[in-house]
Design a binder for this molecule. Structure first.
Ligand SMILES: *Cc1c(COP(=O)(O)O)cnc(C)c1O
Length: 351
């Protein structure tokens, strides 16, 4: 079966070989303070920085999940409150989770059909601004041009960006944010169970200034360890190894971006011609490249999901308040052309 769920999703075909290599090369039992681990960690991060065009002076960290990254940000980087723009379930949950830790967190909801408005925002100088770049629940995205406006409007603020379902799939301009978070079971095409956090020098200086040590994952402690290519706790060594293999083989991100963008456009043309299904989001400009959400009658949704499953394709259910009248399709790098073509044929011919 091929999973088109927007996470956990299909893993890269080569993961099968990489996992066996890990087993046969004794990677699975290595100590996380050993030179073998340090070498894998360093190679994984170096390949990731090269392929995804992450600035040299940014630091990459491994965590348990993207959700954990929300908590690390709330505990280690917020002093004078945070501002959370959201238009869907993940952005809202990030706000809610942060509010438990920092009651001053502020929520700014915006319409999924429009871009967030980043002008005229009056935030304290050292606020943290949180934005979900790719909202997996309703398949919308915030463009780099928008993030550039935010960066200009608030040059002193720290900007945290949830790119969980886009990092590794589209070209992100990392210089426009200070903390970028993701998890490997989406665009990285890896087994679930590891988060990634990419931090600017400014965010690490802020963490040092705040010095909130003593949490399970305090950013200061993580940064200390990462100077030696290590983690604060015993990490998911297998996933770090797999990330290394996948990133070393990956084309550079602009190529992947162009491929996914082309696929996304072929989906747009196809869906525009179907009768049973339409886009959840009408405004093309805010639709996500990596996750698609299609609307239809509940009976058509269950029928198409069943038909797809018979052909070996798992479609994603709708999420949150869009659960009953939408389904989602991931457009991730690990998805192969032949499978996309077959699924498109199925959906295009559905009557
Ligand atoms: C999947 C997802 C998360 C949660 O990721 P976990 O690794 O399960 O913690 C957070 N934000 C967005 C936008 C997501 O798509």
């Amino acid at each position: 079966m091929v999973s088109f769920y927007p996470g956990p999703s299909q893993v890269h075909e080569a993961v099968s070989t990489y996992m066996q290599d890990a087993f046969h090369n004794g990677i699975l039992g290595i100590n996380h303070r050993s030179p073998e681990f340090v070498s894998i960690c360093k190679r994984a991060i170096t390949a990731m920085k090269n392929k995804l065009a992450i600035p040299e002076d940014y630091t990459v960290f491994f965590t348990g999940s993207a959700t954990e990254c929300w908590e690390i940000i709330a505990q280690s980087l917020i002093t004078d409150g945070s501002f959370h723009w959201h238009n869907g379930a993940f952005g809202e949950r990030w706000f809610q989770n942060t509010r438990y830790i920092n009651p001053k967190a502020k929520s700014i909801a915006f319409d999924p059909e429009s871009e967030p408005v980043f002008t005229d925002i009056a935030t304290p100088r050292d606020a943290l601004l949180a934005i979900t770049q790719n909202e997996t629940s309703n398949a919308t995205q915030v463009g780099m041009d928008q993030l550039r406006i935010l960066r200009k409007a608030c040059p002193d603020a720290l900007i945290a960006v949830d790119a969980t379902s886009s990092m590794g799939g589209i070209a992100l301009d990392f210089s426009l944010g200070d903390v970028w978070l993701a998890s490997v079971q989406k665009c990285f095409g890896l087994p679930a169970g590891m988060g990634i956090m990419v931090c600017s020098p400014a965010s690490l200086s802020r963490a040092r200034a705040i010095q909130k040590d003593g949490y399970y994952n305090s950013l200061t402690a993580m940064a200390d360890r990462m100077e030696d290519w290590q983690t604060t706790y015993t990490p998911n060594v297998l996933n770090i190894y797999l990330l290394m293999r996948v990133m070393e083989m990956a084309p550079e991100i602009h190529k992947t971006h162009a491929r996914l963008e082309g696929q996304s456009q072929s989906w747009q043309r196809l869906v525009d011609q179907t009768r049973a299904f339409s886009w959840l989001i009408e405004n093309k400009n805010v639709r996500s490249t990596t996750v698609m959400a299609l609307k239809g009658r509940p009976e058509d949704l269950s029928k198409i999901k069943k038909l797809a499953l018979e052909k070996g394709y798992l479609l994603g259910n709708g999420y949150g308040k869009w659960k009953n009248d939408t389904f989602r399709i991931a457009n991730f790098p690990a998805h192969q052309e032949k499978d996309i073509k077959q699924l498109q044929e199925l959906i295009g011919n559905y009557k």
